[in-house]
Design a protein around this ligand. Structure first.
Ligand code: PHE
Length: 343
């Protein structure tokens, strides 16, 4: 009899992974109304007295083992079902996960990047905390230029006190780094966050995003600049978009221009958006000043180049009819949710 108990134990110990059906069979076999354990407990009476103690002990062990083993097998089966997703109750509610939306600034930034990447511009990035050289001096800002003034620039306290650090006021700083690091031809755009110490209002913010572009090679002319920007405008605003350039001033470009795109003047909102002119100002541009090339180790007698820079918020505001720049930074879910279908 005791040998028989040993055999059952061994049988149980050997059992490995099973299907739900097989576990149930095993349970009936050992623990069921007419199962092995029931029989063995029944047989206890007829065990000779001197063996009763040992038999009883082993029988209890077998019972515990059978219960443990079967409950382990059952939970393994239900884990497996969960993993497989094969839970049988198809009426259970599903797991609904709401899809997020891209931020409108990311959408427009990506659109701009795609257009320039398509015509051979690489993407470059640089630090948001810059030194004076990369943000101003290399870009031909005179010492007393008002843009360096506390009005516009956030200065960063520098523990070493060695040089001035600022939060970059434009991503032209990245282009200085690119020019210093490599040889022409250079064809790159630098998207990124910029910072200006301005009062926050519906039209301006102390943080915004720019994409600036730079092209340097032999014989690059103003005509190349115009053609590239015309192409850009028609990709971004549609094939009918036309641009115009107005003379302007930037320390790092000569000549410099402001670029407007024809928006139209058909209804009241066109009047409002374009301040009654039909033209929308979208960026600054110009031929890279020879002083800037020299500062960055490029020979202006051999190379020339153009640069341009635009604010992403401005373009996104027009694209989506947003009239307050602050909405981009508030992270109001009701605002952000509206861009769900936009990608
Ligand atoms: N850096 C200028 C700005 O931030 C934009 C610009 C870039 C203008 C390149 C001309 C050429 O306003």
């Amino acid at each position: 009899m005791i040998e028989q108990l040993q055999k059952y134990k061994e049988e149980l110990e050997k059992v490995a992974v099973m299907s739900a059906e097989e576990v149930e069979q095993l349970r009936i076999k050992f623990l069921g109304q007419k199962g092995i354990l029931k029989d063995l407990f029944g047989a206890f009476k007829s065990v000779p007295n001197e063996q009763k103690k040992e038999f009883g002990r082993q029988l209890n062990e077998l019972k515990n083992l059978a219960q443990e083993k079967i409950s382990d097998l059952k939970s393994a089966v239900s884990d497996q079902e969960e993993e497989d997703g094969s839970i049988n109750d198809l009426t259970l509610p599903g797991n609904y996960k709401e899809l997020g939306a891209r931020h409108p600034i990311s959408l427009v930034r990506q659109e701009i990047i795609d257009i320039f990447a398509g015509i051979g511009f690489s993407i470059s990035e640089g630090p948001e905390v810059e030194d004076d050289w990369h943000n101003f001096t290399a870009l031909n800002f005179p010492e007393e230029h008002p843009a360096r003034d506390m009005q516009d620039t956030f200065f960063v306290e520098n523990k070493n006190g060695e040089e001035d650090l600022v939060l970059r006021t434009h991503t032209s700083s990245v282009q200085v780094r690119i020019m210093e690091a490599g040889n022409p031809p250079i064809r790159t755009i630098s998207p990124g966050k910029v910072f200006r110490n301005e009062a926050i209002s519906a039209r301006s913010h102390c943080i915004f995003h720019q994409v600036e572009g730079l092209y340097i090679d032999k014989g690059v002319s103003f005509a190349d600049l115009m053609q590239t920007l015309q192409y850009f405008a028609s990709e971004l605003f549609g094939p009918k978009a036309k641009i115009r350039m107005r003379p302007s001033y930037f320390p790092f470009t000569e000549p410099s221009a402001e670029v407007d795109v024809w928006w139209g003047l058909e209804n009241e909102s066109d009047y409002r958006i374009t301040k009654g002119t039909g033209w929308l100002e979208i960026m600054g541009c110009g031929m890279v000043d020879p002083n800037v090339l020299i500062n960055c180790g490029i020979d202006p007698n051999e190379y020339s180049g153009y640069a341009f820079g635009m604010g992403i918020e401005r373009i996104a505001m027009n694209r989506y009819g947003i009239d307050d720049i602050r909405m981009f930074f508030e992270n109001d879910i009701r605002f952000l949710r509206q861009f769900k279908s936009a990608f």
